[in-house]
Ligand binder design. Sequence first.
Ligand code: ADP
Ligand code: MG
Length: 374
Amino acid sequence: MMKTISPGQTIGIIGGGQLGRMMALAAKEAGFKIAVLDPAMESPCGQIADIQIVAPYNDQSALEELADVSDVITYEFENIDYEGLKRLAEYAYLPQGAELVRITQNRITEKAEIRQAGVPVANYIVATSIVELKACIAEVGFPCIVKTAYGGYDGKGQVKLESHADLMLAAPLFDYGACVAEAYVPFVKEISVIVQRNGNGETYCLPVGENIHKDHILHETIVPARVSEAILTQATEAAEQIADHLQLIGTLAVEMFVLKDDSIVINELAPRPHNSGHYSIEGSTISQFHQHVRAICGWPLRKPVLHQPTVMVNVLGEHVVPLSNAISKYPDWSIHLYGKEEAKTKRKMGHVTILTNDLNQTLQEIEHSGIWSE
Ligand code: ADP
Ligand code: MG
């Protein structure tokens, strides 16, 4: 049965980055208190939390301390020690469960589950060594992408192989354990769907976003995605099918490729709010963070409806100063900065959201602002 968590009670968040911060901001509006576990003092979420526990994510006594002060626990990233999370679930209320983390923190189990849900993924094989990779690479062919099963993000932990001659480029990846090799998908667009579900099975997807990457890091999300109605329907149905299969509680971000023939292939999953859903704070009748809080607190969910076409642009370290200098010129831009101290190059520092009735003009305005030019 779904348990209801009420205003005044405390939500514990494992991880104090920007996703935790935006979850916390949404929760605080409704009067929840926030406890956060993060190794850094004054993390983006720590700065606004009621209680900060400063310790490594997998520190068992710190997790117990978090459980002691929290009425419900959630997390903002999937690379948590699964065994530790499973133990936590025995003495704390973790409505999302530990299974979702086990499945999505490993590309091998993740892809297998997506297939079991009846949704397509790129043809792939699993290899535990470069010798094994050589032996079975013919099953996927070239070009292909080899990815570490664990721990990759923003294009890290993966290499593209054009031919047999490139095989040794993948050798270093096996230092991090097993890998998957998947067929290169000649996509025309990348899109993502954020699907959210509560313990009663109530399920909603956010409007589909179109994602534009630069150097493997998300640069822009454009909503609605500029794809056919048929793709929008397929994408939403696929996300719901995966969510049902996993008996999701909380949030699942589903990254997809759109092919020339108007079909989709699932790329990867994230069991948490996602960068491509940040637009929903201003763009939708409910944001991914508010909906996440509702889902884990056993509240009814709201149907997300897009107010207007919306663009979200990421602000990396090198964009912070030019953005700050330009604020006076762009009253329609919603500025989000995550409170990170050091604006390192390529580090995600914030984002900008723009609602528009003229998408092309807004995309040009972003480009011409000079903030995101190389
Ligand atoms: P990450 O965890 O780094 O986001 P992804 O699996 O999403 O890893 O890969 C990062 C990016 O690399 C994708 O957004 C896509 O642009 C490209 N990519 C990944 N897998 C494939 C593939 N099979 N075919 C074509 N491009 C891919
Ligand atoms: Mg990705």
